[in-house]
Design a protein around this ligand. Structure first.
Ligand code: HEC
Ligand code: HEC
Ligand code: HEC
Ligand code: HEC
Ligand code: HEC
Length: 380
């Protein structure tokens, strides 16, 4: 399986080359909508996923600033975000074009804009690869020429966490900070109880083989990662004491696994009308914090799989305090929002400026409250 995966994910990927003569236009096409003509369920899921949005304005706003001919620089990003050779061609053409024509000129959506497409995971040299059928079988060689797109080659690699590691884990010699790889999701998983109990990336992120890949951008998925307990507040000697306990019981890796999200646990006192009271707020940040230039690791307060974090609260009781509020807020794109703000402030976004502004709007809008509670305080 190691050999299959090395070959399958050896990037830059080779061009598909000519399709078999007998393929119809739909079978030749690499466009997800054409796969969707026959695989409607996977297409509907995929379209709603972040994989389908992997070439959003945050990416394109940075890519249009690159030299159209510098294919190696493009690969540094699209090897994960839009890896097909045909997407690399479309991207190079679009960058060359962006100097001449207003963006958004092209009428048809170019292949690179479709992000991490079906074919990037499933098609090499016009052959389909996929997991064995649900009953464990695969089309035999004799039957294949009669099937759409000549059937498929089954590989158990599709059911293995290493399939995802191709993009969600840096190589051992990759970029590190404080001795830890910048992307280490597969290794975090491998060291966890989930790996020992046979729960793969696919079991949690593709249940029933669904193509949604929900993660920290989704409130429900995020709640599924955590067990949160808040003890009733105690009052002693004019002080309010409380404890918020957050356990990572459901993510198969650190919570969160990347340097890009930030989770903030907060506790504060409120008056009877629901207004926050000054100087009563305490917070605990759960994040692997790095500066925009990635020059060092500032802190790492993520919760490893099966680990826990505590926010212990002890503050003077405000004379008007009626309620203790506890909350866990998630900013899935915190790092990117900071990056975009800095690009816009320094005027470093160039031709990508409008796209970077759109990306900042999206990054800010992704924040949500994952959990909250109100605990009445006994009357003084
Ligand atoms: C004309 C209809 C049609 C089109 C277009 C089509 N497929 Fe298929 N595909 C099928 C059928 C039917 C099967 C089931 C073959 C079998 O089980 O023997 C299949 C099987 C597969 C499988 C194997 C599923 C498994 O059980 O592992 C994959 C993966 C796949 N297709 C991917 C794609 C992708 C990606 C595209 C677009 C690039 C695509 N297909 C376009 C009809 C189509
Ligand atoms: C070819 C590279 C590639 C492969 C292979 C890949 N991913 Fe991704 N994945 C990405 C990229 C790039 C993104 C970010 C997309 C974006 O938001 O721009 C992503 C996003 C995600 C997210 C969304 C996380 C969030 O922030 O909410 C999840 C979950 C995920 N991938 C899981 C998986 C799983 C599970 C597999 C294996 C079945 C897998 N990925 C395979 C490149 C890949
Ligand atoms: C090893 C695979 C990989 C490579 C290479 C890579 N990314 Fe990503 N990228 C990801 C994954 C996974 C995510 C989603 C998780 C996250 O938010 O950090 C992501 C998210 C992003 C996002 C935020 C989501 C979005 O779509 O707006 C931006 C922007 C981004 N990457 C830009 C880049 C740029 C620019 C490069 C090239 C310099 C690059 N990436 C190279 C894997 C990769
Ligand atoms: C990030 C990689 C990735 C992308 C993108 C992707 N798939 Fe898949 N697909 C997989 C994996 C992995 C499995 C096997 C999941 C498992 O076994 O749990 C799979 C399974 C399938 C199956 C078999 C489903 C079944 O129920 O047996 C089909 C068909 C399929 N994919 C088609 C598609 C189509 C069509 C698209 C685009 C609309 C697509 N895939 C996009 C990785 C991907
Ligand atoms: C036991 C279930 C489980 C397993 C196994 C699992 N995940 Fe997750 N994953 C989650 C949950 C829940 C979240 C949402 C909370 C979070 O971000 O940690 C998540 C979040 C993510 C994210 C969002 C980004 C971030 O910073 O957290 C990515 C990317 C991801 N997982 C990829 C993977 C990959 C790749 C694997 C396999 C190596 C994997 N996951 C294994 C449950 C799981």
């Amino acid at each position: 399986m190691g050999a299959f995966l090395r070959e399958h994910w050896s990037r830059p990927l080779a061009a598909q080359g000519p399709a078999p003569e007998r393929f119809s236009a739909a079978e030749r096409s690499l466009a997800p909508a054409d796969c969707g003509g026959c695989h409607a369920a996977q297409h509907a899921d995929w379209k709603a996923s972040l994989h389908a949005n992997a070439m959003g304005p945050g990416l394109m706003g940075q890519l249009v600033e690159m030299d159209a001919e510098d294919r190696d620089a493009h690969q540094d990003c699209i090897r994960c975000h839009a890896p097909l050779a045909e997407q690399a061609d479309a991207l190079a053409a679009a960058i060359a074009d962006s100097g001449r024509r207003p963006p958004g000129h092209a009428s048809a959506r170019a292949l690179h804009e479709e992000g991490l497409v079906c074919a990037a995971c499933h098609v090499r040299a016009h052959q389909r690869f996929g997991p064995p059928r649900r009953d464990g079988s695969a089309p035999d060689a004799a039957a294949r020429p009669a099937l759409p797109h000549n059937g498929f080659t089954a590989s158990p690699a599709f059911e293995d966490s290493r399939f995802c590691a191709a993009c969600h884990q840096f190589e051992p010699d990759g970029f590190t900070l404080a001795g830890k790889l910048l992307e280490n999701t597969y290794e975090e998983w491998k060291g966890s109880r989930h790996a020992r109990e046979g729960r793969t990336c696919q079991s949690c992120h593709m249940p029933e083989r669904r193509h949604l890949w929900r993660g920290i951008h989704d409130r429900q998925a995020t709640r599924a990662a955590l067990t949160i307990e808040a003890q009733p507040p105690r009052i002693a000697e004019g002080k309010v004491a409380a404890r918020l306990r957050i356990r990572n019981t459901g993510a198969g890796h650190h919570f969160p696994t990347y340097v890009t999200p930030r989770a903030v646990a907060e506790i504060w006192q409120e008056d009877a009308a629901g207004s926050a009271l000054a100087s009563t707020r305490a917070e605990l940040v759960l994040q692997r914090q790095v500066p925009l230039d990635l020059s060092r690791e500032i802190s790492d307060t993520r919760i490893p799989a099966d680990g826990e974090a505590l926010l212990d609260y002890a503050r003077a009781r405000h004379p008007r305090a009626a309620v203790l509020r506890l909350r866990l807020r998630i900013e899935p794109d915190a790092f990117y929002a900071d990056l975009y703000r800095s690009l816009l402030e320094e005027d470093g976004a160039g031709r990508g400026r409008a796209m970077i502004r759109a990306a900042l709007g999206r990054a800010e809008a992704s924040a949500f409250v994952a959990w909250e509670a109100r605990k009445p305080l006994p009357a003084p």
